[in-house]
Design a protein around this ligand. Structure first.
Ligand code: FAD
Ligand code: UDP
Length: 376
């Protein structure tokens, strides 16, 4: 069979490779001039520093098979994300750990003392948090919420935290020890040659032909296929017939400097008065080579509502979007010879490891259908 796969991010690359390994012929399209999707990395022509062009990406997973899968295509160096956060002119560590709590309240509490102290801070009247704000007040109380979450979240999502789902905050742990690892997964790292080398290597197969700088809309005028796997935006496939699904987009303001600008990879700016959410310094995402560079490149990150011509980053998924999404899903279910996959194709925030495991799972389902000669 011939498959056309739209998008050369992890969703597209992983499915392309699997189907090619099974003997199918694959055309992969991406309208961008590179593979890797939003995980794309590129060596800066001016400094040689590896830049995460669409925002910093750290690979972390608890799924051993996904970790083993990515190791097949590139070498990973260990990397632990240790985020710092500025609030009201003072610097702390994030996620909230015993160090954050002791520094913020000017105390020297033990884990048990801090646990009891935070329990007292928490708003007892909230038993079942209905939104982000209630979740934060219930978990850590008003002082830490105000200092680290209210302003940042308002900037990141363009909405008051009371209008956002509680699940967004549950992505972050609160720890009563000094473990400042941003993630809790056992496998964490960054590919030594960058993410784009990794997706290029996944796509490197004689049965896969990759067409960069080519949109699906272009392909429809010259290409023919038995089945389309579409990892672009779901609403765009259907020419926005039910309306536009809402996304946040990011703007990056580049800072070039000598030496070391901030001494670490990520500093979040939690106060609402500061318009950007964070500054990332890219050579610190590659500590194995950072000392080679005399210069440095940082990105100041600003979040805003995506317009029709902006790159979609974070799906908003409020009530209006989920109702629209349901209509798109119903339309997709009745459309033949196309399957939707990935963070844009299914309009969900997905980490890289979940993206890869979902792509591998989709391949299994396709294998089963192809073996039974059933359409999918
Ligand atoms: P994408 O990477 O978006 O790939 C889709 C591709 O399809 C794009 O290249 C696009 O150009 C192409 N395309 C779309 N429409 C068309 C069309 N009509 N024709 C041709 N091509 C088209 N995950 C982590 O695990 N760790 C992190 O630290 C992390 N950090 C992140 C930081 C930010 C700022 C963001 C937004 C996400 C982050 N993620 C992180 C999530 C990660 O980016 C996603 O898991 C991953 O990109 C999903 O891959 P995908 O292939 O589904 O989609
Ligand atoms: N968040 C915050 N302050 C911070 C870091 C995160 O308020 O300094 C909130 C913000 O709403 C964010 C959410 O916690 O969307 C989850 O954090 P994560 O690091 O997963 O952020 P994302 O992946 O959304 O950038």
């Amino acid at each position: 069979m011939h498959f056309c796969i739209v998008g050369a991010g992890f969703s597209g690359a992983v499915t392309a490779r699997h189907l090619a390994d099974r003997g199918h012929d694959i055309t992969v399209l991406d309208e961008r001039p590179h593979s890797g999707g939003n995980c794309h990395t590129v060596r800066d022509p001016r400094t040689g520093i590896m830049l995460h062009q669409y925002g910093p990406h750290i690979f972390h997973t608890a799924q051993k098979h996904v970790w083993q899968y990515v190791q097949r295509f590139g070498r990973f160096a260990p990397y632990i994300n240790r985020v710092k956060a500025v609030s009201q002119g003072r610097l702390y560590t994030l996620p909230i750990t015993l160090l954050t709590i002791n520094q913020f309240f000017g105390r020297t509490m033990s884990p048990a003392e801090a646990r009891a102290f935070i329990r007292q801070q928490a708003v007892q009247t909230i038993t079942e948090p209905r939104n982000f704000e209630e979740q934060a007040l219930h978990m850590i109380g008003p002082a830490l919420y105000e200092a680290f979450f209210r302003g940042y979240t308002t900037k990141q999502w363009g909405l008051p935290p009371s209008a956002l789902p509680a699940s967004i905050l549950r992505r972050l742990p609160v720890r009563f020890n000094y473990d400042d690892n941003y993630f809790s997964h056992p496998y964490q790292g960054i590919p030594v040659d960058g993410y784009t080398a990794l997706t290029d290597s996944i796509l490197d197969h004689p049965r896969i032909s990759v067409h960069l700088g080519t949109s699906f809309e272009d392909f429809q005028t010259w290409g023919q296929t038995d089945h389309v796997l579409y990892t672009g935006p779901l609403d765009r496939y259907f020419r926005f017939c039910h309306g536009r699904l809402g996304y946040r987009t990011l703007d990056f303001e580049r800072i070039d400097a000598e030496g070391d600008h901030q001494g670490t990879a990520v500093i979040n700016y939690c106060d609402e008065a500061i318009p950007y959410t964070r500054i990332t310094e890219h050579k610190h995402f590659a500590p194995w080579e950072a000392s080679r560079f005399n210069r440095t490149v940082c990105f100041r990150e600003y979040s805003r509502l995506a317009g029709p011509d902006d790159a979609p980053y974070y799906p908003i998924r409020l009530a209006t979007e989920t109702a629209m999404l349901d209509r798109y899903i119903r339309t997709a279910m009745t459309t033949e010879k196309v399957s939707f996959l990935g963070r844009l194709g299914t309009y969900r925030y997905l980490d890289m490891d979940v993206t890869i495991s979902e792509a591998l799972r989709a391949c299994q389902i396709m294998d089963d259908h192809l073996a039974l000669k059933k359409p999918f």
